[in-house]
Design a protein around this ligand. Structure first.
Ligand code: IMO
Ligand code: MG
Length: 422
């Protein structure tokens, strides 16, 4: 018998609360795997009165006995990873016993980060609002077939290959006229690659296959959100990886038939950080209130997040692409004080109403809203379905009917315990 790999995916523009849910679910899975993205992710965990943000390490790290896989589709910055491991160790957990790294994951070089900054500076007003962690340039080198992979650090000619790639980057940086010290972080980076060697470096596809065949189910943890997918997101204002369900297969070396449940996670409202289209964005006091109540500031960059009402057109689109089997609704408690709650149920594009996400959502898309009366009750202490206010239940029912997928978990606060499973 072989187990399945279940998946948690963000269905919006990132920051849906994936860290919390993976941490909650991780108790049921012997292994958790990241399959794409890199330290542009910031997944927050809250338990036993403590808070922790993971970047490259899977959110299962604090669950006893868990195996945490950094998969082939991930881009890894050895320096950030080493720092993160230091923070994990300070919590009394030894990362070397719990994290395995795919040899095929690509390495983020210090010059990749510089290139990220250089491209953004050159883009001026058209900038993407990147987290500047070197994500885009690293994936560019991967696809361009120049990249260095984690397994390469074991090769005798690693330093020469590093120098060759760095040389390429220096020419690009000179071309962009970007002023920087390209050598500044190199010594720390090289040292961090030595630290990487102390970890179990694996052939991810065999490792994953072995776990599943050994009847050990795996939970795959998406980073970013489906609306940031390089193919299906709001291009070009996206990240450079496949954040949708297909990325799970390419990022881990796994056949689609071995994917089980797909947990699609969304906030009861919407946020976006960085540039790009956001049809339901609020520029008024309501947007301010959402930001304040939801503490909507980036876990990685500290930037204030743009806030708006829930967009069901986009949510249905990403649920379709991802084949979501279970919806998970986060931060409903942040809407507790609103008299009226709005959800976007269609778009008006050039005066024509549609329920589909248009090719170019950067053009003027006008949201059409359906309104609901607020529940005006504090949800945070509620731990069972029976306690939930009727207005809140009808809000959930409307979402389920619109998307055609049940909401099986509701989160009512950051802590592990503030969760209702239905
Ligand atoms: P988690 O996993 C929210 C956004 C950036 C920018 C765009 C491209 O915590 O949900 P990149 O650095 O990837 O080249 O930036 O994508 N972005 C995120 N937004 N949550 C994230 O991750 C994000 N990772 C990248 O703000 O608009
Ligand atoms: Mg984040």
């Amino acid at each position: 018998m072989s187990s399945k790999l279940d998946v948690v995916l963000g269905l919006q523009w990132g920051d849906e609360g994936k860290g919390k849910i993976v941490d909650v679910l991780a108790g049921r899975y012997p292994a958790v795997a990241r399959f794409q993205g890199g330290p542009n992710a910031g997944h927050s965990l809250h338990f036993d009165g403590k808070s922790f943000v993971v970047r490259s390490i899977p959110s299962g790290i604090f669950r006893e006995g868990s195996i945490n896989i950094i998969g082939s589709g991930v881009v890894l910055d050895p320096v950030t990873f080493q720092e993160e491991c230091g923070n994990v160790s300070a919590m009394g957990v030894n990362p070397k016993e719990k994290v395995v790294i795919s040899k095929k994951a690509h390495l983020i070089l210090p010059t990749h980060r510089l290139l990220d900054a250089a491209y953004e500076a050159a883009a001026g007003k058209g900038k993407i609002g990147s987290t500047l962690k070197g994500i885009g340039p690293t994936y560019t080198d991967k696809v361009g077939r120049h990249g260095l992979r984690v397994g390469d650090i074991l090769a005798p000619d690693f330093k020469e290959r590093f120098a060759k790639l760095k040389g390429r980057h220096l020419r690009l940086l000179a071309d962009l006229g970007f002023e920087c010290d390209p050598d500044r972080d190199e010594a720390a980076w090289m040292e961090a690659t030595e630290f990487l060697k102390e970890f179990e470096l694996v052939d991810c596809e065999y490792f994953v296959d072995g776990l599943l065949k050994g009847d050990k189910p795996i939970l795959a943890e998406g980073a970013q959100g489906s609306m940031l997918d390089v193919d299906f997101g709001s291009y070009p204002f996206v990240t450079s990886s496949s954040t949708t369900v297909g990325g799970v297969c390419t990022g881990l070396g796994l056949a689609p038939s071995r994917v089980g449940k797909v947990f699609g996670i969304f906030k009861a409202y919407c946020t976006r950080v960085g540039s790009g289209p956001f049809p339901t964005e609020l520029f008024d006091e309501t947007g301010e209130t959402l930001r304040r109540v939801g503490h909507e500031f980036g876990a990685v960059t500290g930037r204030p997040r743009r806030c708006g009402w829930l967009d069901l057109v986009a949510l249905k689109y990403t649920s379709m692409i991802d084949g979501v089997t279970d919806l998970i609704m986060m931060k409903s408690d942040c809407l507790d004080d609103f008299d009226t709650i709005k959800v976007c149920t269609s778009y008006k594009v050039n005066g024509v109403e549609t329920k589909e996400v248009p090719f170019d959502i950067a053009i003027k898309v006008e949201p059409v809203y359906t309104e609901f009366p607020g529940w005006k009750k504090d949800l945070t202490g509620m731990r069972s379905e029976a306690e939930l206010p009727e207005e809140f239940k009808s809000y959930i029912k409307f979402i389920e009917d619109y998307i055609g997928v049940p909401v099986s978990i509701i989160s009512l606060g950051p802590d592990r315990e503030a969760t209702i499973e239905r």
